[in-house]
Design a protein around this ligand. Structure first.
Ligand code: PHE
Ligand code: ZN
Ligand code: ZN
Ligand code: ZN
Length: 306
């Protein structure tokens, strides 16, 4: 197919992003921010394979005449307990996909594995008051596509049946920080507070980590992962995070150990995001905390939902 043609069609259909692939050298690591704003000539290469195209919307992007737009099918996997109130569902999610550049074991094999282990431990018919629904999202890295489509596929009634949503994206970073999404925007000058109840979720994660002797900090609750569409429709949300490209400070090293002046995950979106580069101590702590918070909400969401 002709890339320029495809990009125009995608823009006409209102696409926010298109993924660009290069036949000869495998996938380009990146997306065009908005094809309707990008200039797409038909020949010449100015971008290297692997170079990020993100954030370049509105600037001229020149692509190899061989470049191709590839349509692929991805899936969300969603599973719910048979037991518990189906009109007050406790929902938790992680994403299955990675960026083309790397295997994505910390981002987000860790969240997926932690949730899967928790789901298997609970089984299909646990003794819970509220149903628990696990979501394994596709296409997070292409712009939160799987989770956004899923939330929008739900009727208003179905959205109201979701008591809260918990997100786990990167919970075993090799130079780990210990963060909970800042639901009340108290710790940051972030995007403002989340839906009512999000502050309580943050507190419950803080307590679950404190029970293991770990002091948690708040982190931006700005929609940079699959919880974005949940908070956009007003569902209380929260989650844990051990850090991506951000750099660890000396104060944080004093609390948590690790290396100051280095990224929490130096392999973020790189080929080195492998099983060898997961901090299993951090992963263990985060999975214990997520399991205990899910367990608590499966019995009651009163504190969150009032
Ligand atoms: N969603 C980002 C990614 O997958 C990682 C991230 C998670 C960033 C949580 C900030 C907060 O690349
Ligand atoms: Zn990622
Ligand atoms: Zn991720
Ligand atoms: Zn906070």
């Amino acid at each position: 197919c002709d890339f320029a043609q495809k990009a125009k069609v995608a823009a006409d259909r209102g696409a926010k992003a298109v993924i660009v692939y290069n036949n000869a050298d495998g996938p380009l690591n990146g997306t065009l921010g908005d094809p309707s704003k990008a200039t797409i000539p038909t020949a010449g290469v100015t971008k290297q394979v692997g170079e990020s195209l993100a954030g370049r919307a509105g600037t001229e992007v020149t692509l190899d005449i061989q470049a191709r737009l590839k349509d692929i099918t991805t899936r969300n996997v969603v599973a719910q307990t048979r037991t518990g109130r189906p009109d007050n569902v406790v929902m938790a999610g992680a994403h299955l996909d990675s960026v083309p550049a790397g295997p994505g074991i910390n981002d987000d094999g860790t969240g997926s594995a932690g949730l899967l282990a928790t789901a298997l431990k609970m089984g299909g018919s646990p003794q819970v008051r509220n149903a628990v629904r696990f979501a394994f999202w596709g296409a997070e890295e292409s712009g939160l596509v799987g989770s956004t489509k899923w939330v929008r596929s739900q009727s208003f009634e179905q959205q109201l049946d979701i008591a809260l949503y918990l997100n786990f994206d990167m919970i075993g970073s090799p130079n780990a920080g210990y963060f909970a999404y800042d639901g009340d925007d108290s710790d940051h000058q972030g995007a403002g507070p989340g839906p009512q109840g999000s502050a309580q979720i943050e507190k419950d994660f803080v307590d679950a980590m404190a029970a293991q002797g770990v002091q948690v900090e708040g982190t931006d609750f700005d929609g940079r992962s699959d919880y974005g569409e949940f908070i956009a429709v007003g569902i209380p949300a929260g989650g844990l995070f051990t850090g991506a490209e951000g750099v660890k400070t000396a104060e944080q090293v004093a609390k948590w150990g690790g290396t100051a002046g280095q990224a929490y995950d130096p392999n973020y979106h790189q080929p080195g995001d492998t099983l060898a580069n997961v901090d299993r101590v951090a992963l263990g702590r985060n999975v214990r905390a997520l399991a205990s918070v899910i367990d608590g909400y499966s019995q009651s969401t009163e504190a969150v939902n009032g």
